[in-house]
Design a protein around this ligand. Structure first.
Ligand code: ZN
Ligand code: FE
Length: 239
């Protein structure tokens, strides 16, 4: 399996998980169809599955066109079946979704939206976190409580440290500025910032991150309790 990063809209990332043995792929969160079709064209890869982390337009915008073109199967959280366009397969928390050689555990992570899920490809140690965990940040709380978001991040924190984190947006630089302001002595953070600055200078994504790096550098994952997490989230909303 290999992961291809597709830039969409202003700062979204969609991801293709390609199985070269079958010439087939899944897409995670197609913001729009065109960049994904452009990538698949001429490569003879068939887009068999569309996986959505949540219902926001910048994560589902390509569902309809892609399903029409490739007859892909759309997979999403069962409680969001009325909000995810063209949904075919309804999945539940802790379920293993398996199709062809693709296999992921579903982790329900309410907070950003009530029906947000992560896809954990546990064999490959990859997780697609949508707008819940960003590199050096976390998503805004739109539909849930601070408590829910805090617990949702805790579910991700316990995964193996080498797990690669693929999130929904390139927000890393701005997130880094916030972490630096409130965690200025953190040597690991300083190293991480040097790395992302180089990546951005060269026009390459700062994604994937790893859980190890995020545990060391992401101030939201370092928050010890719900009170400090709440304070940080409020500060970030006004940053
Ligand atoms: Zn969102
Ligand atoms: Fe988003």
């Amino acid at each position: 399996m290999r992961v291809e990063i597709i830039s969409c809209l202003k700062d979204n990332y969609s991801y293709l998980i390609v199985d070269d043995n079958n010439n087939s792929a899944c897409v995670i969160d197609p913001s729009e169809s065109k960049p994904i079709i452009d990538f698949l064209e001429n490569k003879n890869i068939k887009l068999n599955y569309i996986l959505n982390t949540h219902h926001h337009y910048d994560h589902i915008g390509g569902n309809k066109d892609l399903k029409k073109k490739y007859k892909s199967v759309v997979v999403g959280f069962k409680e969001d079946s009325d909000r995810i366009p063209e949904i075919d397969i309804l999945i539940d928390n802790n379920q293993i979704w398996k199709a062809e050689n693709f296999e992921a555990k579903i982790i329900h992570v309410p907070g950003h939206t009530s029906g947000h899920i992560c896809f954990h490809f546990f064999k490959e140690k990859l997780i697609f976190t949508g707008d819940t965990l960003f590199s050096l940040g976390c998503g805004r709380i739109f539909e849930g409580s601070y408590e829910q978001m805090f617990q949702s991040l805790n579910k991700i924190k316990v995964l193996p440290k080498e797990t690669k984190i693929y999130c929904g947006h390139e927000y890393t630089f701005n997130n880094a500025k916030f972490c630096k302001k409130y965690d200025s002595e953190n040597k690991n953070l300083q190293k991480k910032i040097e790395k992302i600055e180089k990546q951005l200078e060269n026009g390459i994504p700062t994604i994937p991150s790893t859980l190890k790096e995020e545990l060391e550098c992401n101030i939201f994952l370092k928050a010890k309790d719900i009170e400090s997490f709440t304070k940080l989230r409020d500060l970030k909303d006004n940053f």
